[in-house]
Design a protein around this ligand. Structure first.
Ligand code: PLP
Length: 395
């Protein structure tokens, strides 16, 4: 048999972690890696954080799963905390980012349906976006590599250029349900939306009774120095998808909405067997315990500024490879003049984990708990690797 037992949909590299401790991962043979990828913006407290570990252990000993047919004291508690901390009035818990976005899409459609406007089902989405791998979420993107072979896709999405307010507004018509976007694009190459763009979309939503749906799966949960990235822009969404960091590594996602936006999400309209189970709720609570306070968020901002400054200072020494740094907080991207995938692979051989993104960007997504010594280790390692790096002929 040629096929591997693990369905071969990932180009898995030869890093094979079996243990993690703080900012480090350890492979089968004991190899140490400095983890500035964090499971792609997931392990925001690093690996083996005592508060998160204990919370999961304690809950696992008490109650792991019950059906959503029963009352959920654990879910009510975490939902209330999220409601208190955000624009939202209500929360649906999922197990992943794509599911959170699916719920967000359904909530937007259902809002207009409940108002007697079922024709308003088209979400305007944006170039280079990534919203997940379900049929709904790949339909919301314009990326051929994700869509090829999966047609027919879901109707109800129109893709326009990211950060182009005129194009977005020009696409609005009588069938428009709203806009769906990442305030800071992740897979698309660490691109923060401009303030004019996001505030312009908010204004259009207010004027035309449209839903502003934000996908904060990657940029949310303290990653940018605010609990959610839209707080940098002085606007709030109607609906928002959150995941990745929200569980600190435990599979957890959430769709948050205002009471108005969730008007159509009545009994029987949505569901999930595992979504919101007690174990996931314990993980979510433990993450909030650590990150949802001004001191922690200020520390993320400060650490992000120091990391960014150190990278900016290093870049001129390797201006054959690097162009600049972009991003917000500890969601940073190093724009390369060459293939970032090949360089990320080279960094792995030097014991440094980062993630490639579109537009030849190296994503730098460390745990939010990193200290000065980790910044030094990373920047020194990156600089040494850049000095030795031979750009592959084909790149
Ligand atoms: N939305 C964004 C912005 C993401 O970055 C991702 C994952 O990378 C997703 C959605 C999908 O999340 P998941 O892989 O948990 O389904």
């Amino acid at each position: 048999m040629a096929i591997t037992p693990l369905m071969p949909v990932y180009p898995r590299c030869d890093v094979r972690p079996v243990r993690g401790e703080g900012v480090y991962l350890y492979g089968e043979g004991g190899e140490q890696y400095l983890d500035f990828a964090s499971g792609i913006a997931v392990n925001l407290l690093g690996h083996g954080h005592p508060h998160l570990t204990k919370a999961i252990q304690k809950q696992a000993e008490t109650l792991v799963h019950v059906s959503n047919l029963y009352g959920s004291p654990q879910g009510e508690k975490l939902a209330q905390r999220l409601v208190d901390l955000t624009f939202a009035d209500t929360v649906f818990f999922t197990n992943s980012g794509a599911e959170a976005v699916e719920c967000a899409i359904k909530t937007a459609r259902r809002y207009h349906f409940a108002k007697g406007n079922p024709h308003k089902h088209v979400l305007i989405t944006f170039s280079n976006a990534f919203h997940g791998r379900t049929l709904g979420t790949i339909s919301a993107t314009d990326q051929p590599k994700m869509r090829e072979g999966f047609e027919p896709l879901l109707p109800g999405f129109v893709v326009v250029p990211f950060d182009d307010l005129d194009a977005a507004l020009a696409a609005v018509n009588e069938n428009t349900a709203g806009f769906l976007l990442e305030p800071v694009q992740g897979e698309g190459g660490i691109r923060p939306a401009s303030k004019e763009f996001l505030t312009g979309l908010r204004k259009a939503c207010d004027e035309h009774d449209l839903m502003l749906v934000l996908d904060e799966v990657q940029c949310g949960m303290a990653r940018t120095g605010k609990l959610y990235a839209h707080e940098h822009y002085g606007i709030t969404p109607d609906i928002m998808a959150s995941a990745k960091g929200i569980g600190g590594g435990f599979p957890l996602g959430a769709c948050l909405a205002t009471e108005k936006a969730a008007a159509g999400m009545v009994i029987g309209t949505h569901g999930s067997t595992y979504g919101g189970n007690p174990l996931a709720m314990a993980a979510g609570e433990a993450v909030l315990d650590v990150v949802a306070n001004d001191e922690f968020l200020a520390q993320v901002t400060e650490t992000g500024e120091r990391l960014r400054a150190a990278l900016t200072q290093m870049i001129p020494n390797h201006d054959n490879l690097f162009e600049g740094v972009r991003g917000l907080g500890l969601m940073l991207g190093i724009k390369m003049k060459t293939d970032s995938r090949a360089f990320v692979a080279y960094l792995r051989t030097k014991g440094i984990l980062t993630v490639a993104a579109a537009d030849n960007v190296v994503r730098v997504l460390p745990p939010l708990t990193i200290e000065e010594r980790h910044i030094r280790e990373f920047v020194d390692g990156l600089s040494a690797a850049a000095g030795d790096y031979q750009v592959p002929a084909a790149a």
